[in-house]
Design a protein around this ligand. Structure first.
Ligand SMILES: Cc1cc2nc3c(=O)[nH]c(=O)nc-3n(C[C@H](O)[C@H](O)[C@H](O)COP(=O)(O)OP(=O)(O)OC[C@H]3O[C@@H](n4cnc5c(N)ncnc54)[C@H](O)[C@@H]3O)c2cc1C
Length: 455
């Protein structure tokens, strides 16, 4: 007879591992099944000349309390994101170098209504319940609109509108004409505000981790111990009856009292369930695609931009890089720029050759900071759409007509199967913090059920 685990966790990313660690601390018998040959999912750190760079999740925000706690527990140190000097704003074919806040730019840009629109978005977002955006009385009204449709009706300045459209592309990694306005509000609600998502100081891009972010997952796996996980184990099927679940990988079938599926919804929809999922859950997994991002890191021999008074921070709707930052190491011994090709541009650029992409990124930096940008030491990149067990990033999003009607199915357990992953978070959806939060939430749900069943 095979072992009957208390809980099997599908997915060894931050959500699944954090949940598993909580189970383990409570003395439960837990097994994590991870498809890849590594932990960390959408976090992946790569070593270049003794320094770690992140090809996936990278920044720890000022309000990312669970991530901070875990860093402290695992002895992972952080350092602030460099942002001294002038930034680039390149919107609607106009380029300016600026310091301070974009909204104060008054030459050449039509920013009428930018602050008011952001304030309005924050107000509407704050009315949502982060655990149940679908429960808001206007949820379906908001969910019938895309972000760009709402902006067309509510923003005056042409460049103001383009900046918020750009924000949607870089934060959700999907076109504003694809993203449901309800989803956009929910995303902002769980982060706290538009500026918390956009900002460095106090915001989502505040700090970086020395040694990279994947070490958090590796640290959690170490705490679990090797008898509590199996790598190279993609889960293909889950069946359940009134008493237990069976979880099938290519080689083995495991048994557990409960299962946590801690993978993006669209990948969860590729698992074969017996009995089949209820209609709303299945529809949600059919209609929650992943965003599109190619992350690039260009390593240079020297930080030439710093010497010329630039921060390496740029906002562009021309691309191919839509946003970038200084990515130098904590001791400044390895100097680099991290840049993102986002939304539909990422899908188009993914079809070009690596050499074409590299050249286009370097030319983009040369456009902003001069010809020294054309001479890197290394060029690293990762297109997350190509990853079999991610199929995109940073997060699954919804187009109109799905979150309002099927939102409840994101987190509502189906029999003995519970759902985790950053998409299910009520704080910082799409971020490492959201993944960790979902792990805590799902572990509480199952521990409660195990306690009740013993009564
Ligand atoms: C380019 C990029 C930049 C980002 N930047 C940031 C940032 O700066 N700050 C931040 O906080 N967040 C950032 N994120 C987002 C952050 O990395 C994710 O929100 C977080 O890592 C998600 O964790 P998760 O556990 O929910 O999901 P995942 O990391 O996707 O974990 C799911 C795991 O399940 C596995 N899996 C999938 N299918 C199966 C299956 N059938 N059976 C078994 N295992 C399976 C996967 O291999 C994966 O390991 C970024 C992400 C990317 C890709």
């Amino acid at each position: 007879m095979t072992t009957l685990y208390d809980v099997i966790v599908v997915g060894g990313g931050l959500a699944g591992l954090n949940a598993a660690y909580e189970f383990k601390k409570s003395g439960l018998n837990v097994l994590v099944l991870e498809a890849r040959d590594r932990f960390g999912g959408r976090t992946e750190s790569i070593k270049v000349d003794e320094y770690w760079f992140d090809l996936g999740g990278q920044w720890m925000g000022g309000t990312h309390k669970y991530l901070k706690q875990l860093c402290d527990e695992l002895g992972v140190k952080s350092f602030p994101q460099y942002d001294e000097g002038k930034h680039v704003l390149e919107i609607n074919g106009k380029k300016v170098y600026y310091s301070g806040n974009i909204s104060t730019l008054n030459k050449g840009y039509d920013l009428e209504g930018l602050n008011e629109t952001i304030q309005k978005i924050d107000e509407l977002a704050s009315e949502l319940n982060p655990e149940a955006p679908h429960a808001h009385q206007k949820s379906r009204e908001y969910d019938h609109l895309t972000v760009s449709e709402w902006l067309d009706r509510n923003t005056k300045g042409i460049d103001a509108k383009s900046i918020i459209n750009w924000f949607c592309r870089v934060c959700v990694a999907a076109e504003p004409s694809e993203v449901s306005f309800l989803y956009f509000l929910h995303f902002i609600r769980t982060a706290g505000s538009y500026s918390l998502l956009a900002d460095i100081h106090g915001g989502a891009q505040q700090d970086r981790l020395i040694g990279g972010s994947q070490q958090i997952s590796e640290g959690l796996a170490k705490k679990l111990g090797s008898s509590s996980f199996a790598l190279n184990s993609p889960v293909r099927a889950i069946s359940q009856d009134a008493n237990q679940c069976s979880v099938r990988t290519d080689l083995t079938t495991y048994r557990a009292k409960y299962v946590v599926v801690a993978i993006p919804p669209t990948l969860a929809g590729r698992i074969d369930y017996k009995p089949p999922m209820p209609a709303k859950r299945d529809e949600l997994t059919q209609r929650m695609p992943m965003g599109s991002v190619i992350k690039t890191i260009v390593i240079y021999d020297e930080p030439f931009w710093r010497k010329e008074g630039y921060s390496a921070e740029a906002i562009s709707d021309q691309g191919p890089i839509f946003i970038c930052y200084d990515d130098s190491s904590h001791d400044d011994k390895k100097t680099a720029i991290v840049g993102f090709i986002a939304a539909s541009a990422a899908k188009d650029w993914a079809e070009k050759s690596p050499e074409e992409r590299k050249q286009a990124v370097l030319e983009c930096y040369a456009r902003w900071w001069g010809p020294k940008a054309l001479k890197p030491r290394y060029f690293l990149e990762k297109s997350w759409k190509e990853e079999e067990y991610s199929r995109g990033c940073y997060v699954g999003y919804t187009s109109p007509g799905i979150l309002g009607q099927c939102g409840e199915a994101l987190r509502k357990p189906v029999g003995r199967i519970h759902w985790a992953g950053t998409e299910t978070a009520s704080a910082w959806v799409g971020y490492m913090e959201g993944a960790l939060e979902s792990g805590f939430r799902v572990s509480k749900e199952i521990k409660q059920r195990l306690t009740n069943s013993k009564l």
